[in-house]
Write a protein that binds this ligand. Structure first.
Ligand SMILES: [Zn+2]
Length: 284
């Protein structure tokens, strides 16, 4: 039996179960007004916005605009996704060509680069990926944000997970590492204990080495302030991400809060690189 659960299907399931209400509840005047105005020397950009299904780009732009944020679209792409080759990637870019958004993909699988030409990927503003589709010891791919993530030995899991984080950052020519330090529901309460300094250092070192930005994620409120302080000291750049598949686009409360706490300025922030300096060009 194919146990693959796509991010979209999972979200649909969560909707039915009611657990995604906070993310998908219609924006109220109050929630829009509560989003602070930009106090930074850089634009507020949600580089992790999913616009799909019945949620239109027009609606996404209205919401982001009301929240003072610009959008970066993270269209799912990979060898098994709807966007899976140069032709389908071009069709996506054509579809959003006129929109005032950054055009990106959320790359799925470690092998996504093989399904596209370098030139086609370089047309994008950014490529984002994460370590949430985790290869278990028996080769099964486990989606860590779903109940299929069962952890028997926490320390052993963490060691393998940290190695996988480093692998994603080292092997995939990505601009942004999304959902950093995410932990499955079963162990998330132990976040501060399990994310030891040596473990955080490994991920941060890889990001610094390969010039990959770390997302400050406002869906899961990760990474921790401690992790972000270490990353900033290591010269790693940051991006903001809502990881919203609907009305939460541009809602970046945690990202903004952390940027203030850390005193982040434009030098610390990710912006799409010129074509010849994109990871797909300089790393492959
Ligand atoms: Zn996403």
């Amino acid at each position: 039996m194919n146990s693959y659960i796509s991010r979209r299907q999972f979200l649909a399931g969560a909707l039915v179960a009611g657990t995604a209400e906070a993310v998908l509840a219609p924006a109220t005047t109050q929630s829009v007004a509560a989003t602070p105005a930009n106090e930074f020397d850089f634009p507020i950009i949600d580089f992790h916005a999913h616009v799909e299904g019945n949620f239109t780009l027009q609606r996404a732009l209205e919401l982001a605009n009301a929240r003072g944020a610009k959008l970066g679209l993270a269209e799912h792409a990979g060898c098994k996704e709807e966007v899976h080759n140069d032709a389908t990637l071009k069709a996506y870019l054509e579809r959003v060509k006129a929109a005032p958004v950054y055009k990106g993909i959320q790359a799925e699988g470690l092998d996504w680069m093989k399904c596209f030409s370098k030139e086609a990927i370089a047309e994008l503003d950014f490529v984002l990926s994460d370590a949430l589709t985790f290869p278990e010891k028996d080769g099964r791919l486990v989606h860590l944000w779903t109940p299929e993530a069962k952890i028997t030995d926490k320390q052993d899991f963490m060691d393998r997970y940290v190695d996988f984080n480093v692998q994603v950052i080292s092997e995939e020519p990505i601009d942004i590492f999304a959902n950093p330090t995410f932990l499955p529901e079963a162990i998330v309460k132990e976040y501060d204990v399990l994310w030891t300094e040596p473990r955080m250092t490994k991920v941060i070192k890889a990001a610094a080495k390969y010039g990959v930005a770390i997302e400050i994620n406002s869906l899961y409120n990760i990474p921790s302030e401690k992790f972000l302080r270490m990353a900033k000291a290591a010269g790693v750049k940051f991006s903001f991400g809502s990881n919203a598949h609907g009305d939460g686009v541009g809602k970046l409360d945690y990202s903004i809060k952390m940027a203030k706490v850390l005193g982040v300025t434009r030098e610390n922030m990710f912006m799409p690189a010129p074509r010849d300096q994109k990871p797909i060009m300089r790393r492959t």
